[in-house]
Each structure stands twice: as C-alpha cells, then as structure tokens.
Design a protein around this ligand. Structure first.
Ligand SMILES: Cc1cc2nc3c(=O)[nH]c(=O)nc-3n(C[C@H](O)[C@H](O)[C@H](O)COP(=O)(O)OP(=O)(O)OC[C@H]3O[C@@H](n4cnc5c(N)ncnc54)[C@H](O)[C@@H]3O)c2cc1C
Length: 453
C-alpha cells in the first residue's frame, strides 16, 4: 500500500495552497494530492469562459503550482482514521501520516420544480460539463440567471457581452444585498440595466417549465418569463460526506468543524476551504463565507500547523470584489445592516473623488469609499468602494485596517502615498477622507453635547 507523509484530498484553491505551503514550511517532499478532476478550473474565472475568455482551456489552474507534490485523480470514498488510510472509489487504499480535507463545495440546487431539466446549468468545476455549457450558451437567445449574487451577476454580464437577452432573478430586495451596502447594490443593478440586462428583485422562482427542456420560468408573483436556458448561481453546499462518514464533527453551518489551527476533531486531520467551518472575526460565531481567498488563507494556516500549532486563524472577514459592466465594487467586513444587527452603533464616513489627479487625466473616474465604524470604540467594522476602474485593492486595505483594529482617527491620519496616474489627489484621498468625515461627524455631535450641557 502507498503511504505518504501528507495526503491532501482536494486539488483546487485550498488543497493546492496546502501543498505549496507544506513544501515551503516543512520542506516536505512526500505529498500526495487527490482530486476528482484531471484539470481543475480557476473557479472564480468560470463566468468569464462564456464571454471574455472564450474557452474553457483558458481558465485552467496551472498544476505546476503543486511543485514536487504528486497528483492522483480519483474519488476518496472513505477514511479509516484508526488505520490512517483513505480509500478510493476503485478500491485502492492509501496511507497517510497527516491528512488535509480540502473537498470544497458543490452548487446549491434548490428544490424548485423543473430544476432537473437538461438546459438548467450550474457552475460545476468540471471541464467537460463547462465545455457543454459553452456549446449550450452559443446556441440560445434568452437566458434566465437565477441568483443576483456576484456569481449570477458575473454570468449575466458575460452572457450579455455575447449578445444574449439576459434576465436576472433575485429573491432579496437587491442584487448583492448579502455583501454590499444598498447604494452599491443599486449602482450595480443600474449598470446592468443600462447594459440591457433585465433585473427582477424581491421575487423568487416558483417553477421551471417545459417538457424535457426549460422554455420558461414562473415567478412567485405568477409572471412567466420565456427562456432558452437557465443558469443557477445561488450558493454552494460544502462537500462533507466523507468527513461525516468518518465521524468527524460537523459544525452549525454544515461544514467540517475545525479549531483556530484548522484541526478537525481528529488531531491528524485538518480541513480548509469551502468544506471547513468558518468563524466570524467580529464575534467568533460560525459564518457561511466561502471564497477562494479564504480557502488559500486557511490552506497556509493548516500547512503551518501540521506538526505543532503555530499559526492561528483570527477569524473570517468576508472580502469580496466584482466587476459588472464598467462598475467595480469591492467590500470588506460587515455591511452597515449586518453591523447594526450585531448591536453596533454604526457611524458612516463617505468620500468621493476622481481616481486620478488632476481629474482631467485620461480614464480618471469618480471613486467612492464608504467606511463603517463602531461609535463606541471608534474601530472600523467594514467598508466598500466603487469605481469604474478596479478597486479590488481598496477592499484589501479595508481588510487590513479591520484586522489591525484601526480607529477612524488612525485611518484619517493613515500615511498614504499618491501619484497622479495611480491614485486620487492627496487632498481628496478617499480612504483617509471617509474616515475623517466619520470622525468630524462624531466630533460635531460631541461638541454639540458639550455646548448644550
Ligand atoms: C463561478 C464562481 C465564481 C467565484 N468567484 C470568486 C471570486 O471572485 N473570489 C473568491 O475569493 N471566490 C470566488 N468563488 C468561490 C471559490 O471558487 C471557492 O471558495 C473556492 O474554489 C474554494 O476552494 P476549495 O479548494 O475549498 O474547494 P473547491 O474549489 O470546491 O475544490 C474542491 C476540490 O476537492 C476535490 N474533491 C472533492 N471531494 C473529493 C473526494 N471525495 N475525493 C477526491 N477529491 C475530492 C475536487 O475534485 C476539487 O479538486 C467563486 C466560485 C464560483 C463557483
């Protein structure tokens, strides 16, 4: 029987990161990565296959990232924790000293009548399936996208770039509502509408109709929408079957329970990525945030802790960004609504200025930053940014401020650097100005209270 120092089940974002870091951190030579697919997709790139990239093979994760780790294609069906082996579907058994589960998640398929029709598609990480989806998209006119989160909107936007008539159906009041403040949700919706996409919010899908193929959907309000195909992007469910059968504990969000060192309830087994439970940075409670950036961070932590607890997971801060049409939206931490739900007295600071200076430079666009603070401690809770240029790094900066517990005063005084082509003017730098504006509003209130008392 084959036996390895480290066996990783899952060869996508989380699993690959574990393999990379175990080599760097422990100089481990004997690593086996097992995954079900021969080639793995850049998951986040899947929507772009159907517009900008134009081909499945342009969205493949390079296996050279695995370094010296060996790759085996197969499905792990069980774990013998006592014997420290995993069993593959073809019956092969493989021994491990340490095991990391990075089994990810699968698209959520809600129990809506008609969901099983053959032209209803999901974002499965499978090259053959995605090739079929590409052919299917090429042959149709009207596409209904169920789900107005970032996956649904990215699919919708790419399909409209190819000339399809696209309708997005979102159950909540706004698209992106789970992750963004309302003004940015509306901004994203407006951009999509300007580009010809029909957006229906506050309305769910009651049924998908047609004989074998979907030819229309019926909304909860009774409206019928004609379609030639349906794409569903409404979330994922963690792949935990193997872990559950091995009697590893499962957490409240249905993911594998881990401690702050990514250890499961078996000290020789770790879990990372979409299959592992996440705990909020803000209150330590379980949160269903499933992102590649979270998976890779957990992969680094698990790899470092294989032989002794070294790196601690300080909790999950959702950091998202997306681009719809020419509108880039980025956000980190709590939305205003979520912060209020958690009992914070929220102070908002906003600032908008041209993304370059002077604003007459080519491609300078208005860029807005909105930050949310806790009035009592002054600490930043979250924030978002929006521009017609990329703002992905702004949400990363907000995330850094959250992790370090920065207050509005500290951010207002943050020693930033500027350049005409690359940033706003130092007189109107959005990140620091949003914090200054929050600080001014708090100070004004304090002064008024002092004067009146
Ligand atoms: C369309 C789309 C867009 C996205 N965009 C973004 C984005 O912009 N930014 C972001 O941060 N995140 C994004 N995400 C989320 C991100 O893709 C996931 O969070 C990330 O892929 C999780 O990585 P993972 O390694 O935990 O799991 P997965 O990527 O799901 O990989 C799981 C791996 O486990 C293997 N596996 C599972 N079960 C077994 C088994 N029994 N035996 C052997 N192997 C097994 C699979 O073969 C696969 O290799 C997006 C997701 C989708 C679907």
């Amino acid at each position: 029987m084959e036996k390895h120092e480290l066996v990783i089940v899952g060869g996508s974002a989380g699993g690959i990161q574990v393999a990379m870091c175990a080599q760097k951190h422990h100089d481990l030579k004997d690593i086996l990565v097992i995954r079900m697919e021969e080639k793995t997709m850049v998951h986040c790139g899947i929507p772009y296959i159907y517009g900008t990239l134009g081909a499945v093979e342009k969205n493949i994760m390079p296996d050279k990232l695995l370094g010296d780790a060996k790759l085996k294609v197969g499905e792990v069906v069980s774990i013998d924790r006592k014997g420290k082996t995993v069993k593959l579907k073809d019956g092969e058994e493989i021994g491990y000293q340490k095991l990391v589960l990075a089994t990810g998640s699968s698209p959520l398929q809600p129990p809506i009548p008609g969901m099983d029709k053959r032209n209803v598609w999901f974002a499965w990480n499978n090259t053959d399936y995605l090739e079929e989806l590409a052919k299917a998209i090429d042959g149709v006119g009207d596409i209904v996208v169920i789900g107005g989160g970032f996956i649904g909107l990215e699919f919708a936007d790419e399909c409209r770039k190819k000339g399809h008539k696209v309708t997005v159906i979102e159950l909540l009041e706004h698209c992106l509502q789970m992750v963004c403040s309302t003004d940015l949700c509306i901004r994203a919706e407006e951009t999509l509408k300007e580009n010809g996409i029909r957006i229906i919010t506050g309305n769910g899908v009651k049924s998908i109709n047609g004989d074998n193929k979907a030819d229309s959907i019926t909304l909860q309000n009774g409206e019928q929408i004609k379609c030639d195909m349906v794409i569903v992007g409404i979330g994922v469910v963690p792949n935990i079957k193997v872990a559950k059968n091995a009697e590893l504990e499962i957490g409240p969000t249905g993911s594998i329970k881990v401690d702050e060192f990514q250890r499961t309830t078996d000290p020789n087994i770790f879990a990372v990525g979409d299959c592992a439970e996440k705990y909020s940075f803000f209150n330590g409670l379980p949160v269903p945030v499933r992102l590649a950036s979270v998976a890779t961070r957990e992969g680094k932590i698990a790899a470092a802790n294989l032989y002794q607890a070294q790196w601690r997971n300080i909790g999950t801060i959702g950091v998202f960004s997306t681009l719809v049409g020419d509108t880039a939206i980025a956000m980190a931490g709590l939305t205003d609504t979520k912060a209020r739900e958690l009992g914070y007295d929220v102070v908002i600071g906003e600032a908008q200025a041209a993304s370059k200076h002077p604003g007459t430079l080519p491609d300078a666009k208005p860029m807005k930053v909105r930050l949310a603070f806790d009035r009592r401690s002054g600490k930043i809770l979250g924030g978002c940014a929006c521009c017609t240029n990329a703002v992905g790094e702004v949400s990363n900066m907000i995330s850094a401020a959250i992790v370090n517990g920065m207050t509005m005063e500290q951010i207002a005084m943050f020693p930033m650097g500027t350049h005409p082509w690359l940033t706003a003017s130092p007189l109107a730098y959005q990140f620091t100005d949003a914090a200054s504006n929050a600080l001014h509003s708090v100070n004004k209130v304090k002064e008024k209270v002092a004067v009146s008392s």
